[in-house]
Structure formats: structure tokens, C-alpha cells
Ligand binder design. Sequence first.
Ligand SMILES: [Zn+2]
Length: 386
Amino acid sequence: MEPYTASTVVTSIKEDGNGHWHTLENSPFYAEGGGQPADRGWIGTLPVLDVQIKDGEVWHLLSESLPTGKAVEVRIDEDVRRDHSIQHTAQHVITAILEDRHGIRTLSFGIGETDSSIEIETATMDWAHVEALEQEMQQLIFENRPIRVYEIPKEEVDRARLRKETDRTGMIRIVEIEGLDYNACGGTHVETTGQLGTIHVTAMKKVRGNLRLTYVAGNRAIKATQQARAALRTIHHTFSTTNESVAARVIEEHTIRLEREKEIKTLEERIAKAKVEAVLKEDNYVALHVGRTEAETLTTAIIERIAATGRIAVGANYGTQKLFVMHDGTQDIAVGTFLKAALQEMQIGRGGGNHKQAQARFTSVAELEKGIEEIVKRLQEGVLPC
Ligand SMILES: [Zn+2]
């Protein structure tokens, strides 16, 4: 295994918008590449924010610059390195099993902050298939097979066994999982398959006619399982369900909700009709409707109906602290411009709109009430912007 700490010297520095990049005489840091993120760690007391290879040199990103020629202690974050090694080695295992036993090729992969993904050359895969794959991987983990990493000259590489042809020359770094995988790879790996702990596929998504599997291994798999269990516990607690009954119950609840929404819509239409009829009895050029407890959709449905009668409709909803001004297009006033200017003068709320529709939002009900009063007054008195 590579050392986690070392003593070395800063050899050069450059600066860009991201911060201060440093090269070292000897770097134990893994630079981002081959689908694996960069190591984290410290140079002196400064955390290493990124590691990239550019023009054959390893550059380390720090928030400040260190003097060149100065001896520094460098330390790799062992937990992050270990985690990346687990996720990366897990990818070797998934790729090898899918290709050798299922005839499905890996097209690309990447390790992310919380989960990793692998794009595979198949249009579909069902969850039963994924579960079978997980069992096969777990068996290989239980067998605790050794993983060997060594360098040999290119002529000695067993090309026929190689997972993927390499265009590198000279010494080739081989990563070999006993009886499973023989790969030219520059990434970091664990020493045995047992160190992977477990590998879980957490999601599947179709991409460009292929499939992208999202997976987690090691501690990430344990965390993902704990999160899923916590989420499920909340559902069980809320609906008094068990693992066996939860799916049926959730579908039932969803169906009931859709039916209720339909009923509510019918009721809202009736309420809107009644409220509009009441407003029409008064012969006002500006008609106001204030919704104190109703949903915003009902408020807007009511004022749309009022506006359709040729009046200028002003609506307010206490729940969302919004104010609406609307007409059917037959009025001369551009309500968007009017509302924006009025709010600016009052120095409350924010909003605007077009010729026949406008809305504003306030930060409190008190502000909304002040807004309603002033807007209605201005519209009634014809205090309109030029
Ligand atoms: Zn590798």
C-alpha cells in the first residue's frame, strides 16, 4: 500500500480563479482520472482541495500559497482514499461479472461524492436481474479473493486476458482480482474483495439506449441502507404498515388522493360560481375578492371569473400572501405596469405582469392588507401611471 504521509518540497506554484496550485518533489496524492476522484488530504496544515495532472505534472490546489523550496509534511486523508478505493474496486467487480457472466459490456463509469455510476451496454434489466447480480457479487466478497497490483513490461502483459486493451507503453500497472479480473489500471484499490463489504445497486436509468446503474459499496452501502430504512420507518409509523403491506397501502393512498383532488375541484368550482354571483350583485367597476383560508387556485379561479365579466378584479390570498389584478383585456389599464409602479411607491411587496394580468407577493399578511387597500383605492380613484 502507498504511504499516507511523506516529507517533500514544494517545487512550483501557479494561481488561477480556483486558488493556488502547487507541485511537489514527490506526491503521494492520487490525481483525478480514470473515473476516480482526486485524493483529499493536507499539505502542511492546509487542506488539499483538488489534485489534477496537467502536462505530466501533479498539481495540488490549496487556498493559500506556500513558498517554493520549502520542506512540507504531506498527508493523505485515509478515510477518503479508502472509500474511493472501495468504490473503484467495486466497479472492477461489477464490470467483470456483468461482462463475463451476463455478456453485458461496461461503457463508462464515474465515482461521485455519495454514489457512483456505471453505464452498461444493455437496453433493459429488471430488478430481479439486479438482485441476482448483487448475490453473485456478494458471493465473490465472501470468498475474500486477493487483489494484486504489480507492474510488468508491456511485452509480458497477457493481452488475451486483458479486460481492455491499453495504449500505454513501457511498464504497465496490472490489477488482478484472483480468478475474476485482469486489468491495466492506474487507480487505487483494496487488497481483497472482502474489504468491499457489500455492493448495492441503488438505481437504474435509461441513457442513450443504454442503462446507467447507480451503486454504493462499503460504508456507503451501509449508509444508504440506513437511510432507506429510516424513510421506510416514517412511512410505517404514519400508515401503520409493514414491509409486506406498504406498497399496496401507498398505491391506495395515492388513488384516494387523486379522487379527493377531483372532488375538491368540483366543490371549488361551485364556490367560485357562488362568490362571483355575489360580486355581480354590486355594481362596481373594481371588484375585490379576498381568500383568507382558501387555496390560491380557488382565489385565482374566482377572480378569473370576475374579470371575465368586464370588471377589474382584485384578488388576495392570505395563505400565499399574494395579490392579483386582472381584467379581460377590454380595459385601458395595463395592470402589470400599474401594479409595479404602485408597489414601488408604497415600498412594499414585489411584482408585475402584463396588460391584463399581474400579481404581487408580500412578506406578511399585514403588508398584504395594506397592499389590497391601497391598490383598490388607486384603481377606484383612477390614480394610474402615465
Ligand atoms: Zn482499477
